[in-house]
Design a binder for this molecule. Structure first.
Ligand code: APR
Length: 241
């Protein structure tokens, strides 16, 4: 364990009440949800079509049956619980140190851990809506159904997640930029920083306390003021609030 790095992270956390967290799938792997690009990640698993193709707008429109087979098999994981990383972030917010969690994850575990200010850049599989009349639906209509779920208006019900080829919510992006631009400490964790525009948010940070806690290398390692290549749950369990 990177003792020196964790000591420095603890110093920065102790000295700040304006911390922002930006995270990805690596925050939830210790809860049993596979990430996308690690060797055992979703994008390396064999499926009829490449998963990145299935998770796209055009595939969803053209082949909703196959999309829903993948969604129910791979995206819906029953019984997952927040892990030490989620819980520590909620604790930091509670202590008035963390302003917000900005996440690329769609699993809702930050909110389940008690975080209040969570910006979901890629939406959430806990919510669904009709793609024709936009009537909201609970996730159960998707998770426990068969085939393609339909609205009373006849439209196809879809999960409230951002598929490839779809735009991110502009208001969420603008608020994320504002929070990161004004942050004293930016902690980035569990993300390969491969996917834009989400990964581009890191460029708005103007401080000198950018922390990267990630098992794998990322294109932004040299850009960070502190890099810890360890499991985020382990590292965060050693942060004293
Ligand atoms: N602790 C720290 N880092 C971890 C852990 C862990 N326990 N487990 C995995 N990681 C790291 C991996 O090394 C990897 O670099 O987390 C990163 C996860 O990267 P990706 O799998 O690419 O996930 P993410 O960055 O969230 O992907 C971004 O891509 O397909 C889209 O919409 C999807 O939101 C997703 C986006």
């Amino acid at each position: 364990m990177d003792i020196e790095g964790i000591r420095k992270l603890n110093d920065w956390v102790r000295e700040s009440d304006n911390i922002v967290f930006f995270g990805g799938a690596g925050v939830s792997t210790e809860s049993g949800i596979p990430d996308f690009r690690s060797v055992d990640g979703l994008y390396h698993q064999k499926w009829k079509y490449p998963p990145e193709q299935i998770l796209s707008h055009s595939f969803f429109e053209r082949n909703p049956e196959e999309y829903y087979r993948f969604h129910r098999e791979k995206l819906v994981i029953e019984g997952v619980k927040p892990n030490r990383a989620h819980l520590k972030l909620a604790e930091l917010e509670q202590a008035g140190k963390l302003r917000a969690v900005i996440t690329q994850n769609i699993d809702g575990l930050h909110q389940e851990a008690g975080s209040k200010k969570v910006l979901e850049l890629h939406g959430s599989i806990l919510r669904a809506y009709c793609s024709r009349c936009r009537k909201p639906y609970p996730q159960e209509v998707i998770n426990h159904g068969e085939g393609v779920p339909r609205c009373s208006c006849g439209g196809v019900i879809r999960p409230d997640i951002v598929l490839y080829e779809e735009p991110l919510d502009q208001d969420i992006m603008e608020e994320s930029v504002r929070l990161i631009r004004n942050a004293e400490v930016l902690i980035i964790g569990g993300t390969s920083l491969n996917v834009y525009p989400a990964a581009g948010l890191i460029r708005y940070y103007r401080g000198s306390r950018l922390v990267l806690v990630n098992l794998g290398e990322t294109p932004y390692d040299s850009y960070a003021d502190l890099v810890i290549h360890e499991k985020i749950g382990e590292v965060f369990s050693q942060i004293t609030v």
